[in-house]
Design a protein around this ligand. Structure first.
Ligand SMILES: [Zn+2]
Ligand SMILES: [Zn+2]
Length: 663
């Protein structure tokens, strides 16, 4: 009997359906071996040798797999087809002691009968280049995380962490926030003319005065705009020219990990992590191809199947003469994956409604549509630009432009609807005189750049060359779990106080760790390791030596006072010593310089402190104010600011109490 090992029980179940009785399929339940949790686990003196340990949660599983391997004639490692999957297989060989046992590594991009059979027919060795690329990422992240985090604990606040890619992501969010906050809106005006032809109303915008084409800021003030409107009173309006153009819209490329995450966010509000969980379920149950990819490739069979399906559903009119090919931007050719697509294009989403959860259905439907759209014709629009001319009282010539955009052939939009700005114009003739209905100016202000959400931050990371299909979702999750960045009600990402402080600290003192280009180059180095163009140890050494040197220097140079403590003018209400602002992982707070003798602390936010509630003076001592406090267990109560000199306290909000008594 042959033992097939995969990393997940769902995947094991799906694969076992395709294999005969000569196979047993078992799951490793993820990684079985990793760096130890309690210590660095990397020997920086000995060429960065990693000290892997069997993970505590995997000990039992490893023993079970070991005995299953002993009973089998051959072990087949069928973990996922990327660096992470290759590393899991390699760790399994070591953990199970398979070195002397005949084993095979097989890979496939989709869990279908034909793909599994093809993979079994073409086994290969472990690809150490992929394993090394994964090890290098793991070790780099470990060195940064385990060295920089304790530095932050000592210098800022306990419980903080820094990471390689995550810190760059936080930096982007912090910098965007500053752009937004420092943004000064600029005023500009547009002039709009509304016309009526028969019963059809349409509008045109002023684009030219005399020989001068209008720019965005050509009309800066309302006074300037009103002058133009006044000049145009009682003018005659004539159609000067009509230009019609055919515009084509291409379908988007098939999904990669990052575009799938972005689109699922904008269409369904799914977070990146959520999308990956659902996509993995769809992959492991055989509905879609592997979900971690940056490739646009589509297999020939899948394209042929798409053509069949398109003809069946939409007819010949929607067939292309030749397959449409999308060129992959990613450079790592060794991992020539496919794009994310349905494994069987003829599996119409509607036929799967009761087989999939509502969320799985949504994502499958999206992937299926996007894939079919790639092999459907371009959409054709007819764009019209009608220039309307008039002369003002000042004898100046004014040109207004009306634009129309009408869909002539929907093409791929039939299966993958997208927002299209369609506006219709009435039939117009050159030299036709038009009847003005209304002439007005509109005031506008320039808008600040939009804050990032998960989708646009992933897009930015990808554009900067930071992160890879396997890292986008974990990065999004980490920066929020660390509370460096939080989502607001509109799911926009905002940096927290502590996020800003840690970012500024890293930018100032560890510029390389948060340098966008440096991090992007590091990702390229990892790709080069995967391609066999570089060895992993020199890549790490090149980073480690200057990093360690700088870390040692900064550890001595910087004191906590300089980084994380701000002076204030305030006095402690308990002991009258100076109050300072300190930092915890949850943000800034007031603390007493009398610490540890005096343990007074208060939130920075006046609302949280209860100060804006105007709770009034203390009725007992008459010199103190009533303040909102919290017991050690977190229950809110009201007390006197003169405590412990005055012991007035109440469980009830005194303001509410007074109002109740009035009744
Ligand atoms: Zn004090
Ligand atoms: Zn009092």
């Amino acid at each position: 009997m042959k033992l097939v090992i995969v990393e997940s029980p769902t995947k094991a179940k799906t694969i076992s359906q395709f294999l005969g009785s000569g196979f047993k399929v078992e799951s490793s339940y993820g990684h079985v071996r990793d760096l130890p949790e309690k210590k660095l686990g990397v020997d920086t003196e000995k060429n960065f040798e990693p000290q892997y340990v069997i993970l505590p949660k995997a000990k039992k599983r490893v023993a079970e797999l070991k005995s299953a391997a002993k009973k089998s004639e051959k072990v087949i490692l069928a973990t996922d087809t990327d660096r992470e999957g290759e590393a899991i297989s390699w760790h399994l060989i070591n953990a199970l002691g398979l070195e002397k046992k005949p084993y095979e590594r097989i890979v496939f991009h989709e869990i279908t009968k034909s793909a599994i059979e093809a993979a079994l027919a073409a086994p290969r060795e472990i690809d150490m280049r992929l394993v090394d690329a994964q090890q290098a990422r793991r070790i780099l992240d470990r060195l940064v995380g385990y060295k920089l985090s304790p530095f932050l604990w000592k210098k800022v606040a306990r419980g903080l962490s820094a990471g390689r890619v995550q810190s760059v992501a936080v930096r982007l969010v912090v910098e965007r926030e500053r752009e937004v906050l420092s943004f000064k809106p600029e005023e500009f005006h547009t002039i709009l003319a509304k016309f009526l032809k028969n019963t059809f109303e349409f509008s045109a915008q002023l684009i030219k005065i005399g020989k001068d084409k209008l720019e965005k800021f050509s009309i800066m003030t309302d006074a300037e705009a009103q002058k133009i409107v006044a000049d145009l009173k009682n003018s005659d309006w004539n159609v000067e020219s009509i230009i019609k153009k055919e515009m084509r819209r291409q379908p988007l490329a098939p999904f990669t990990t990052s575009t799938l995450q972005q689109t699922a966010f904008s269409k369904f509000g799914f977070g990146a992590k959520q999308t990956m969980v659902i996509a993995q379920q769809l992959y492991e149950t055989g509905f879609i191809t592997y979900m971690r990819t940056d490739s646009f490739n589509l297999s020939g069979e899948s394209i042929a199947a798409a053509f069949k399906e398109i003809e069946k559903i939409f007819g010949k009119k929607y067939l292309l003469a030749n397959p449409r090919i999308f060129k992959t931007k990613s450079k790592s050719a060794q991992e020539a994956h496919e794009a994310v697509r349905p494994t069987e294009p003829d599996r119409n989403p509607d036929s799967l409604k009761d087989k999939l959860t509502p969320q799985q259905f949504k994502l499958y439907d999206l992937i299926w549509r996007r894939f079919l759209a790639t092999q459907m014709p371009t959409a054709i629009f007819e764009a019209t630009a009608a220039d309307i001319s008039t002369e003002g009282k000042s004898k100046e010539n004014y040109i207004f432009r009306a634009t129309g955009n009408v869909l002539k052939f929907d093409g791929f939009l039939k299966v993958y609807p997208m927002k299209t700005a369609e506006t219709e114009l009435p039939e117009l003739l050159e030299n036709e005189e038009l009847k003005l209905k209304e002439l007005k100016s509109e005031q506008h202000f320039t808008e600040p750049p939009a804050r990032y959400n998960e989708a646009s931050l992933i897009k930015a990371l990808e554009e900067h060359g930071i992160g890879r299909p396997s890292t986008y979702a974990p990065t999004m999750a980490t920066i929020q779990a660390r509370r460096y960045v939080l989502k607001d009600e509109q799911k926009r990402l905002r940096p927290t106080d502590i996020g800003i402080l840690v970012n500024d600290l890293l930018v100032k003192h560890f510029p390389k760790v948060v340098d966008i280009e440096f991090t992007a180059r590091m990702e390229e180095d990892l790709d080069d390791i995967a391609d066999g163009k570089k060895k992993w140890q020199p890549v790490i050494k090149e980073f480690w030596v200057p990093f360690k040197e700088n870390l040692d220097k900064k550890s001595e140079e910087l004191s906590k006072e300089k980084i994380a403590i701000e002076k204030t003018e305030l006095k402690c209400p308990l002991c009258e010593k100076d109050l300072i602002i300190r930092m915890s992982r949850y943000g800034k707070f007031y603390a007493c310089t009398g610490f540890p003798a005096c343990k007074y602390t208060a939130p920075l936010d006046p609302k949280e402190r209860g100060e804006q509630e105007e709770l009034g003076p203390c009725s007992k001592c008459e010199t103190g104010r009533i303040v909102r406090r919290r017991t050690k267990k977190g229950r809110t109560f009201w007390g006197c600011s003169n405590w412990p000199k005055c012991d007035w306290a109440s469980w009830q909000n005194p303001v509410v109490k007074k109002e109740n008594q009035k009744e």
